[in-house]
Design a protein around this ligand. Sequence first.
Ligand code: DSN
Length: 412
Amino acid sequence: MMTLKQEDPQIASLIDEEAERQEYGIELIASENYTSKAVMEAMGSVLTNKYSEGTVGKRYYGGNEVIDKIEQLAIDRCKQLFGCEHVNVQALSGSPANAAVYLAVLKLGDKVLGLKLDHGGHLSHGHPVNFSGMLYNFVQYEVEKETGRIDMDKVREVALREKPKMILAGFSAYSRNLDWKRFKEIADEVGAITMADISHIAGLIAGKVIDSPVPYFDIVTTTTHKTLRGPRGAIIMCKEKFAKQIDKGLFPGMQGGPHDHINAAKAVAFGEALKPEFHVYAQNVIKNAQAMAAELMKRGYKIISDGTDNHLMVVDLTSKGLSGKEAERALDKVGISTSASTIPFDTRKPFDPSGLRIGTPAITTRGFNEADSVYVADVIDRTIQARNDDVRLKAIRQEIIELCKKHPLYKK
Ligand code: DSN
């Protein structure tokens, strides 16, 4: 058989181009990371050829004796990593995982509490343009204007008033730890199911540097490709009493055939996260984020909630006189990838919001330390100031290339 280069030189060369971009660029998108070569090898394997609807030992297709062993390994490692009672590793991505949970435990129109998108939540946590907001009756809680933090007494007030069937805790742009125990107490008070979406922080939980909802919550979903550093995909963990419902919600409720090559790569990633080095990695992700946030604040940038407990921060650029999109574009020019983000109570439109979300999972994977993170904050500041000066931006681009050469990624 032909190699990719022989079969399709155009795609092969574009992949090379993207590899160069990743190698010589600084990745600060809070939801991105770099997987190991081992994870990629599993993803690019013959396992992509297989169909295996069903669960281990109960498949709708023949020839699954090897796939069963692989999926069981993924399950066992995941249970060891997160201490969950049951896990389904077949979810294709975060939103389908959440959809499968809703399908499994809710009826159409049921009421759910979730964090508002522009306050740090996620589209699939009840935004009106998303299936979640269209099919279910989501009531949203918010962060406080003064502190940028979730006030649990207010969450309790909303829960007592609304009496939801389920309470959902989780975020894609919130930099503070969640009080899982308090969420559970409130849910118990109103008789609600508890669901956590830990997509952003799963690696920090697996690395045992922040608290886990798994001991308290009924259901916990996560993507596997963010801080957890695995392949693009998701998993659903739950208490044993929800196991059957969740499995049925995912297949046949939501999905057809699982992606066995991805499930193998999930097993590899869980194996990596079980190693002691991953604990150090998770610690460093937070140290780097805190160093970067402190430096940006020193330079007059407003960080929502005035700092971070995790891997990310949302910078309010209003006082700097530019929008999140303008900052994102300027940083792109020097080879720094970020994502424009709404801020709580944003007066600007979601496509050109007031904030910029920044995260440290990827730079930490390539070995950046706190001093490097302070330097990156300095570069961000200088780039924003020089955003209309192409000569200065070009010089900064060279600095970035030198910094990346100091911390090679896949060219090691
Ligand atoms: N796109 C992910 C993020 O950036 O947080 C969430 O789906």
